[in-house]
Design a binder for this molecule. Structure first.
Ligand code: PMP
Length: 305
């Protein structure tokens, strides 16, 4: 990864190399931590963080779900991220921000409430998550052999560190089999989400994405639904079965890191023409216009640095 200069940790800026924790930190052993993934883009008016407040609010809510008391307000954490981008003097097209909270050093054992809460905001320059070529030509997805954990034993709506074990296993399997990314089904066999992004298909001109019953409530997915509505594209939120995925006209992933990544193949079934679909391209280009500050209608989603 590309190191930056500073990391905000528990209220102060530290040099990148000095933002450290003890090896006996609670989260390293028992996996209870929460993360965000937020992005700043270099607009004509300088860097702007996309939907900053929504991301920070989700971090606070993930922490509430997982019983981690972050001792900072959403406003304080927003301000920390703004200063972080300023102080690091980035130069690239975009910057990925990783706000997170974890349980530090002090106690062992599963009961976690006495462990100290560490709050961190880090940021670095990061290229296209699923590759520049993937953004243009589309990627190949494999439906994972593991499903997303059922809601009876998991909190999929928390952006919780622990949820990424499932994501990691699915992603590894996909890569090992020669694919780019994993698509996870829920315990009923319907599409949940990808390992780190949400899923859409296009069928007969209609955009379809599963409800967030078994997935993160994705901010990019929400943005795409809003955009599509304004573009006059019909959008439905309903369950999608494996067979429907295979015969979709187009498909794409949405996520802060994945942005709008077209899908060209799922389990060796070519999707549509086998490259970026027409509606996908329209949505992708409209999304980049929004995040790069080229669409005044969505200015309210941008926090300029
Ligand atoms: N699902 C998972 C599991 C993710 O990790 C992400 C990335 N944060 C998403 C969906 C997409 O969420 P967002 O659009 O808010 O980045």
């Amino acid at each position: 990864m590309d190191a930056a200069k500073y990391i905000w940790m528990n209220g102060e800026f530290k040099a990148w190399e000095d933002a450290q924790t003890h090896v006996l930190s609670h989260t390293l052993h028992y996996g209870n931590g929460v993360i965000e993934g937020t992005k700043a883009y270099k607009t004509a008016k300088g860097y702007a963080i996309f939907r900053l407040n929504d991301h920070t609010k989700r971090l606070k809510e993930s922490a509430k779900m997982t019983l981690i008391d972050i001792p900072y307000t959403i406003g304080e954490m927003n301000q920390a991220q703004i200063e972080l981008i300023r102080k690091n003097e980035f130069t690239g097209d975009n910057v990925y921000i990783r706000p997170f909270a974890f349980l530090g050093y002090g106690v062992m054992g599963v009961y976690h409430k006495q462990a100290p809460v560490e709050t961190v905001m880090a940021a670095w320059e990061w290229g296209a998550y699923l590759g520049e070529e993937g953004l243009k030509k589309g990627i190949r997805l494999k439906i994972a052999s593991m499903s997303r954990p059922a809601n009876t034993s998991n909190m999929g709506k928390a952006k919780a560190t622990a949820n990424y074990l499932n994501s990691q296993m699915a992603k590894f399997e996909a890569i090992e089999c020669g694919y780019d990314e994993a698509l996870l089904l829920d315990d009923q066999g319907y599409v949940a989400e990808a390992s780190g992004a949400c899923f859409f298909i296009v069928k007969d001109g209609e955009l379809i994405s599963p409800p967030n019953d078994n997935s993160l409530a994705s901010i990019t997915q929400k943005t795409v639904i809003e955009m599509a509505g304004k573009m006059g594209i019909k959008v439905s939120r309903r369950r999608i079965s494996r067979e429907e995925v295979y015969v979709a006209d187009e498909a794409f992933l949405t996520g802060t890191a994945a942005e709008i990544t077209p899908i060209r193949d799922v389990d060796a079934r070519i999707i549509g023409t086998g490259s970026r679909g027409e509606i996908t391209e329209k949505i992708q280009s409209a999304y980049f216009d929004i995040v790069f500050g080229r669409n005044p209608e969505y200015e309210h989603y941008l926090t300029y640095i």
